[in-house]
Design a protein around this ligand. Structure first.
Ligand SMILES: NC(=O)c1ccc[n+]([C@@H]2O[C@H](COP(=O)([O-])OP(=O)(O)OC[C@H]3O[C@@H](n4cnc5c(N)ncnc54)[C@H](OP(=O)(O)O)[C@@H]3O)[C@@H](O)[C@H]2O)c1
Length: 256
């Protein structure tokens, strides 16, 4: 079994690659410095030679590239998983958000991911579009909530945390397991992967639990009400562990 995973230079793809390796799957990545995604003949030749059994597209890059990768997977009847984002939903209208809800992103990133979702969906009817929230990991550098909070503390002298934001979020190890499962047992269409979907913890609660669980006593946490959004991604609750399984303090906070 061989999976081609794009974005291995990024944050989440290396975690998926480690999960795949632990399951005995060979992983190959796309080296963009060797084969440009914009070079169509070279891309096709490389994919034909690589012969992946499934494709996980976690890299950024153009919607056209996402569509071409999905089309290749469709032609060869391969599972294809694309990672999208909770950011396809603006905070107005408020969530929680179901897979079939209208996508309302106003910002460039959310609109870019909507374009990628559309390119994938039109190229491969069996593709999985896995929408995920902000990722958390104790050690993985990159776009990681824990590291971002470290940076906020370092640059601003405090960590502002809205009690009126229920973020979509998950630990990377859980997301990686869920993505691997989708590569093995494909689900056509949109799948929401959010460890906060069922419990609905506020960002403030999550920040306080991270501070206590990961030795961040130096964070000066400032409760705020500035961002108001029930961002939860509903519908995939059975696919990954609830946040309190990773952050035991969250269940304590709920009980008290
Ligand atoms: N991390 C999160 O909290 C989070 C939350 C929601 C959704 N997501 C989604 O999950 C996926 C992985 O996220 P991530 O945090 O790992 O992203 P990331 O750290 O920003 O990494 C993305 C990777 O994409 C590749 N890339 C960057 N620019 C590119 C370009 N112009 N053309 C082609 N490839 C490019 C690079 O890998 P190579 O150099 O190896 O090609 C890069 O390291 C993304 O689709 C992201 O939108 C992430």
């Amino acid at each position: 079994m061989k999976w081609m995973i794009t974005g291995l230079g990024g944050t989440l793809a290396p975690v998926l690659a480690r999960e795949a390796a632990s399951q005995g799957v060979e992983v190959i990545g796309w080296k963009r410095d060797e084969v440009s995604p914009d070079d169509l003949p070279a891309s096709q030749a490389w994919l034909q030679a690589a012969q992946p059994d499934a494709i996980a597209h976690l890299g950024m890059g153009s919607p056209e590239w996402a569509g071409r990768l999905a089309a290749y997977a469709a032609r060869h009847d391969l599972p294809f998983v694309f990672t999208s984002t909770a950011m396809v939903f603006h905070h107005v209208p408020d969530g929680p958000h179901a897979p079939q809800d209208a996508r309302t992103a106003q910002d460039g990133y959310g609109q870019y991911k909507i374009a990628c979702e559309d390119a994938v969906r039109s190229a491969h009817g069996g593709a999985t579009i896995a929408r995920i929230g902000w990722q958390i990991d104790p050690t993985q550098p990159g776009n990681n909530m824990l590291m971002a909070l470290d940076q906020w503390q370092a640059s601003q002298g405090h960590v502002g945390a809205s009690r009126r934001w229920k973020p979509a979020c998950s630990f990377m190890a859980d997301t990686a397991q869920a993505l691997a499962s989708l590569l093995r047992r494909p689900v056509a269409g949109i799948v929401h992967l959010d460890s906060n979907a069922e419990e609905g913890h506020s960002f403030l609660e999550i920040v306080l639990a991270l501070r206590a669980s990961f030795g961040r006593a130096h964070w000066l946490v400032q409760p705020q009400d500035d961002y108001v959004h029930d961002q939860r991604l509903l519908g995939g609750e059975a696919r990954l562990a609830a946040l309190s399984r990773r952050l035991v303090l969250l269940s304590n906070a709920r009980a008290s």
